[in-house]
Each structure stands twice: as C-alpha cells, then as structure tokens.
Design a protein around this ligand. Structure first.
Ligand code: AMP
Length: 214
C-alpha cells in the first residue's frame, strides 16, 4: 500500500503516519525527520537544509526529489510506504508520479487531513518533540506524563525552532501557496480522501482506516 499524508503543519500527519505504518507494517517516510537527522549529524545536506528550515521556508525541490528517490529504493519500502511531508509542491508531485511509475508502485490514497487554522496555531505553539526518539507530544492534546520528559525513552522534550511564533505564520502561508494546490491535483486523479483531523488521536486513526477502506 502506498499512501501520502497531506495537510497543514501540525495537522497530525506525523502522529497518524507513525500509527498507520505500524498497523500495516509499511515504511513511514517523513522528509522533515530525514532533514532534521541530517541537520543533527551536520552533513552537507543538513547544513544546506537548515538555512531554509529555521525560517520555515521550503528546501529546494531538486534536493527533496533526490532524497525521496534514494529513500524509496530501500528495501523497507517493498511492502509499501507512507509519505509524510512529501510532496509539498507541484514539481515534487510531478516528479513523484514519474518515479512511482518507473517503480510500478502507484499511489493508492492521499489522505488530506483537515484542521481549522485556529486549531493549527494552537497545536503548533504547544508542540514538543523528544530530542532522542522523535516522539511528539502536545501540551494541549497529549501532554507527557512527566513535564519535559519523553514517556517512551525519558529523553528531553524540545520545541522545534520552526514551531516558534515568528515562523509559524510563514509556514502556514507557504502551505497555502505551494502545498494546498496538491489537494486539487490529487482530487483530479481520484485518489484524494479528506479526513477530519480534529478530536482525539484514536478517533482520527479510525477515520483514516475507514477512508482507505481498511
Ligand atoms: P515537517 O517536519 O514535515 O513539518 O518539515 C519541517 C521542514 O522541513 C519544513 O518546514 C521544510 O523546511 C522542510 N521540508 C520537509 N519536507 C519538505 C519538502 N517535501 N519540501 C521542501 N521542504 C521540506
């Protein structure tokens, strides 16, 4: 099964993609996680990407397409995958379509997670990520049991630089301009499934499973 998760920042794509990937035994590919790992490791890619990420801008298409091209060849993708955070622009979607055609792995569904703007802003300001294992928490929606510590590995919880108020509005504006047109792109191709991304995490997972006929 090949899935794409679309939606504004903090729509819950990462949380739900992790759950669904575990449920179906398929790979979870988060381009944001790949880039953050490169930044942490201070690789050439990381240094280049950080300049864009810190101000909430998009990393150039050719860089992102190269990353995905390489990632989709890995053997954990054989049974399928969930793309979380890619594609984010029309050129990325078109490059992905060509790539998947050559791999003979068509997209089954694109899950469009809908969350109202005021909720997105509230979620982004409360979002915390474990510096060790990447698990996400939210002060409002799913707070950690011990403040500032990950429930799973005890690692420190930090606020992403790009979740600070100054960059949040920029990220939302970029989403509207560059990524939202993909909703129509995939609707035209008959694979779009829109899911209400508000409410509790389990309920949202159930809605997604229902939307893909699982
Ligand atoms: P995310 O964790 O998906 O919110 O991604 C964090 C940041 O990584 C974004 O704000 C972008 O700077 C960068 N990024 C992730 N995926 C992409 C992509 N497909 N195209 C361009 N930039 C991306």
């Amino acid at each position: 099964m090949q899935l794409i998760f679309l939606g504004p920042p903090a729509a819950g794509k990462g949380t739900q993609a992790r759950r669904l990937a575990a449920e179906y035994g398929i790979a979870h590919i988060s381009t944001g996680d790949i880039l953050r790992a490169a930044v942490k490791a201070e690789t050439v890619l990381g240094r280049k990407a950080q300049q864009y990420m810190d101000r909430g801008a998009l990393v150039p298409d050719d860089v992102m397409i190269g990353i995905i091209q390489e990632r989709l060849q890995k053997c954990d993708c054989a049974r399928g995958f969930i793309l979380d955070g890619f594609p984010r622009t029309l050129p990325q979607a078109e490059a992905l379509a060509r790539l998947l055609e050559s791999l003979e792995k068509p997209i089954d569904y694109v899950i469009n997670m809908e969350v109202p703007v005021d909720e997105v802003l509230r979620r982004m300001s409360g979002r915390l990520t474990c510096q060790n294992c990447g698990t996400m928490f939210n002060l409002v929606l799913n707070p950690p049991r011990v403040p500032g510590r990950c429930d799973y590995c005890g690692g420190p919880l930090i606020q992403r630089v790009d979740d600070k108020v100054e960059t949040v509005h920029e990220r939302l504006a970029i989403y509207r301009k560059s990524t939202e047109p993909l909703v129509e792109y995939y609707r035209d191709r008959g694979v779009l499934r829109t899911v209400d991304g508000t409410g509790n995490i389990d309920a949202i997972t159930k809605r997604i499973i229902k939307a893909i006929g699982g």
